[in-house]
Design a binder for this molecule. Sequence first.
Ligand code: ZN
Length: 80
Amino acid sequence: MAKFQCKCGATLSNSHAPNDVELIVYDDREWDDIINSGDLIAPFTMPSPRYDVWRCNECERVYVFEENVVIKTYAVEDDT
Ligand SMILES: [Zn+2]
């Protein structure tokens, strides 16, 4: 996965590292499993999160991907 078009029209890309699009998100059970695995935790041995999570910097929508397919989209609500 390298590029994705947000519903607002912005093109999201993770081709640069670091970038402002990818969020590293673990749920608490994933994190607990990692911490309790007994393995040494280092940046290059850290397991990837179950889901890829991207945030659009234009509209702040958040997309959750599973195997490169969007399974959830979260959009900021207007509370005014
Ligand atoms: Zn957007």
